[in-house]
Design a binder for this molecule. Structure first.
Ligand code: ADP
Ligand code: MG
Ligand code: ZN
Length: 485
């Protein structure tokens, strides 16, 4: 029997507001620099008699996320108590949403090798993060309440995914979308985004869903992909052996590369959800929602399609450019200037995704910290186009610009990198390379013409990258022909 996997994802993302979800304590990134239990107050420590107040900014960012996911925003939102006991949850319950969550019935478009797919979004709701536990080697644990009460949005997909590739595309697309919206920086090592994967399998061609398992606490793309792949195969093997799948919560053992049972079937009513009596229902005024809709930025996939359509950028490069909104803005600023000078936007894209990315990566800098402005880059592309510098020399110029923030003309002048266009100087270099490499010259004359490329390279090297490659090639060919007896 052939089986098909069915996967639904639950994603928790921190919303980086200034203050926490229900109190005024600052939200601090989990960098380890902030001393534990310093960003706390009676509300997030759950001292008796305190009352929560909803953070308006968190609701606004939540609404924008819901809209970006093509959801309907519920006109009335109700917060709910989700009761459970755990040392990282001082109230003994989490203030979440249940029956009337923030947003429902949306979809997220993803791209896979087999085309575009729409993955349904069942719901997105607001809640609060727990404190952070540090398990010690002696078996005790320490608790840091700085994270307690940080706003979270939980995004629940429909069981619409069928392959690991789709799961990866969904997770990556959602991460980019959240970064575009300014929800958080998508840093999974810091726990800004966490996944839970629900997995089942069913015979191909059947419509009913199989029994699912839920893999908890996946905090990297690698863990997500590997655990889902493992779980699909495990379930298939159980069914092929005539067994049944037990609905349960699983953990992921990274080292062993296996899922393992954590606790058996967990019923929603275990949480004894009921409307939070300390927070009145939130009415989402239609004009407020409309104003927030207007502030949803162009999203990555739409931007990618526009770069392909309006600038003729290849799909692969367009995807690279939109993976950071600031890079896409930088590209568009440069491409607009370049077009006015008859330089193709694709050339601009090549320089950005090639040399510029290399320099930024090596320096661990983001593009907005880069000294090379779109005007700087444009001037360099113009010098290449005009033949003032060779492409090789232009790379050296770019690296120097990156260091000093100079304009290209200043660097070309300072480093003496202007292309040798003077024919006499080039001829001298060509003659020297021919004299120095008699063996390769003989090979060429015997018909092994691909030696020519190597000889061009020698001239380029001798000129320190300043020779014009086209001209060098022509001159070399002429000179070689003259060597024939
Ligand atoms: P719970 O809150 O108990 O986890 P939900 O109904 O909210 O239950 O579902 C959570 C997730 O499980 C959703 O992402 C949904 O798509 C997914 N899901 C539900 N049933 C299945 C199934 N049979 N196979 C795979 N995923 C499923
Ligand atoms: Mg769940
Ligand atoms: Zn607080």
């Amino acid at each position: 029997m052939e089986y098909e996997a069915v996967i639904g994802l639950e994603v928790h993302a921190q919303i980086h507001t200034r203050a926490k979800m229900y109190c005024a304590c600052p939200v601090v990134p989990d960098t380890g620099d902030v001393p534990p239990n310093t960003q706390v107050c009676p509300v997030c420590l759950a001292l008796p008699g305190t009352l929560p107040v909803v953070n308006r900014r968190a609701v606004e960012l939540g609404i924008m996320t819901g809209l970006a996911l093509n959801c309907t925003i519920n006109p009335v939102n109700v917060f709910a108590r989700k009761s459970y006991f755990y040392p990282d949850l001082p109230k003994g319950y989490q203030i979440s949403q249940y029956e009337l969550p923030l947003a429902v019935n949306g979809a997220l478009e993803i791209e896979t090798a087999s085309g575009v797919r729409r993955i349904g979004i069942i719901r997105a709701h607001l809640e609060e993060d727990t404190a952070k536990l540090y398990h010690q080697e002696d078996g005790t644990a320490l608790v840091d309440f700085n994270r307690a009460g940080v706003p979270l949005i939980e995004i629940v997909s429909a069981p619409d995914m069928h392959t690991v590739e789709e799961v990866q595309a969904y997770a990556t697309t959602l991460r980019e979308l959240l970064i575009y919206l300014g929800i958080n920086a998508g840093d999974m090592e810091k726990g800004e985004m966490r996944f839970e994967a629900n997995v089942s399998v069913r015979p191909v061609g059947t419509a009913t869903l199989g029994t699912r398992t839920e893999i908890k606490n996946l905090n990297s793309f690698r863990a997500l992909a590997a655990s889902v792949a493992y779980e699909i195969e495990r379930q298939k093997a159980v069914l092929e052996d005539g067994g049944v799948i037990v609905q349960q919560t699983l953990g992921w053992d990274e080292a062993a590369g296996k899922t393992y049972p954590q606790r058996s079937k967990e019923y929603a009513h275990d949480y004894r959800y009921f409307p939070e009596p300390d927070i009145p229902p939130l009415e989402m005024a239609p004009d407020w929602v409309a104003a927030l809709h207007a502030r949803v930025p162009e999203l990555p996939l739409a931007k990618k399609r526009r770069l392909m359509h309006d600038y003729g950028i290849r799909p692969y490069d367009a995807a690279l450019l939109v993976s950071d909104r600031r890079v896409a803005d930088y590209f568009e600023a440069t491409a607009t200037l370049a077009r006015a000078r008859d330089i193709a936007p694709q050339d601009v894209a090549n320089w950005i995704t090639g040399e510029l990315f290399r320099l930024l990566n090596a320096a661990a800098l983001s593009i907005d910290a880069c000294k090379i402005t779109p005007r700087h880059l444009l001037e360099l592309l113009m010098r290449v186009q005009q033949g003032t510098v060779s492409v090789t020399a232009a790379k050296t110029v770019l690296a120097a610009m990156h260091e000093t923030g100079e304009f290209p003309d200043a660097v070309i002048e300072r480093l003496g990198l202007a292309q040798i266009s003077d024919a006499a100087a080039l001829v001298a270099l060509v003659q020297k390379v021919i004299a120095d490499n008699p063996e390769q010259v003989q090979q060429y004359l015997r018909g092994k013409t691909n030696v020519l490329g190597w000889l061009v390279g020698q001239v380029m090297q001798a000129s320190k990258g300043k020779a014009n490659p086209q001209e060098t090639r022509t001159l070399l060919q002429q000179a070689l022909e003259q060597q024939r007896p």
